[in-house]
Design a protein around this ligand. Structure first.
Ligand code: ASP
Length: 336
């Protein structure tokens, strides 16, 4: 009888613990001029379906007691393999007409991080960032060195043609044409915010909380259309586009990278929570809608704290975003 009671109690406690240990996964697919009516219903549906597929891939990992790092990787892989987003297969073109990708991942439990910048042949840059974190003594690797490391780890290399996507190439030609016209008029366009905004940013990112209470963050991108060869954005920079710390939160950013680097966006949200005791939503809102906006930076973040609270502020017209919680709540949104 005592034994029966003990086992019942044990099982009850186990079930209680499982229920308490909630999991959450949040993703973004970029921010920019995403306006209602600017897409056909079919286009909207295909983006929504892909976001759902990515969320499901990540939440299946968490449901089965997998780690937040594995969930982040799984969700980002789905979006990297789709031409709909500016990462992996759908990466945008730089000014030389090449795809040059950046990615980063961070483990909130250990504060270990890995990132890569300026890679041209990596199907899933987030996986290479993770290898840098787990299999090298470094945090960040770039260009040829990063690709040599990928080969040494047995990673499959893709020909540049794999990343060629007609629609993205047309975007490059349009941005270049605008740049040409601007230069005739004597205007300095830089990365041309207006034109780039019209083509959306499209970077992908994910933050997750697993059942063991560990946070992780990851971001993967092709950067910005017509960027200079060798330009690195905020996504692979720990603390700018990507950050995770179990003490505070996990953050993945998307938007005009130069401003996110100068505002140290992701770490700033964490620091406001750690040193000022701000709540997640308050900290994320402050950084995106005050600090970044005042500087002229456009974009947004997805952020998640250790209690499973979600914040997704952005100061653009829209941001592809969504989350799944362990109680089955699913939310996918595009607009303000
Ligand atoms: N933040 C990325 C970059 O500047 C672009 C984006 O999020 O769309 O490289």
């Amino acid at each position: 009888m005592a034994r029966f009671l003990f086992i019942t109690l044990f099982l009850f406690n186990f079930a209680l613990l499982q229920a308490q240990n909630k999991y959450v996964i949040v993703i973004h697919g970029g921010a920019g001029t995403i306006l209602k009516g600017s897409m056909t219903q079919a286009e909207e549906d295909s983006i929504r379906d892909k976001l759902k597929e990515a969320l499901t891939a990540g939440s299946n990992v968490l449901k089965n007691n997998g780690s937040s790092l594995d969930a982040v990787t799984a969700a980002i892989n789905v979006m990297e393999d789709s031409p709909l987003f500016n990462a992996g297969k759908g990466a945008v073109f730089n000014s030389k007409g090449q795809n040059e990708m950046d990615a980063a991942i961070m483990d909130g439990k250990t504060l270990m991080a890995g990132s890569v910048a300026g890679v041209h042949h990596i199907k899933n840059p987030i996986n290479l960032a993770r290898l840098v974190m787990e299999k090298s003594p470094h945090v960040m690797m770039t260009g040829d060195g990063a690709e040599e490391f990928a080969r040494s780890q047995g990673m499959q290399m893709m020909p540049e043609s794999y990343f060629y996507y007609e629609k993205r190439y047309e975007q490059l030609l349009k941005v270049k044409e605008k740049e040409r016209q601007d230069s005739i008029k004597g205007n300095k366009t830089g990365l041309n915010r207006k034109v780039i905004n019209d083509y959306k940013f499209g970077t992908v990112g994910c933050v997750a909380l697993d059942r063991s209470g560990n946070l992780a963050a990851g971001t993967s991108t092709g950067g910005m259309t017509n960027k200079k060869f060798g330009r690195v954005g905020d996504s692979p920079i720990i603390g700018a586009g990507t950050y995770a710390n179990n003490k505070t939160c996990a953050v993945s950013a998307t938007g005009y990278g130069e401003y996110f680097i100068r505002s140290v966006v992701s770490y700033d949200i964490s620091a406001l929570m750690e040193y000022k005791g701000m709540k997640l939503q308050q900290a994320a809102d402050f950084v995106i809608n005050k600090k970044l906006k005042t500087l002229g930076g456009e974009g947004g973040v997805i952020a998640l704290d250790k209690e499973g609270n979600v914040a997704m502020p952005f100061n653009t017209e829209g941001m592809y975003r969504g989350y799944i919680k362990e109680d089955g709540t699913i939310d996918i949104e595009f607009y303000k």
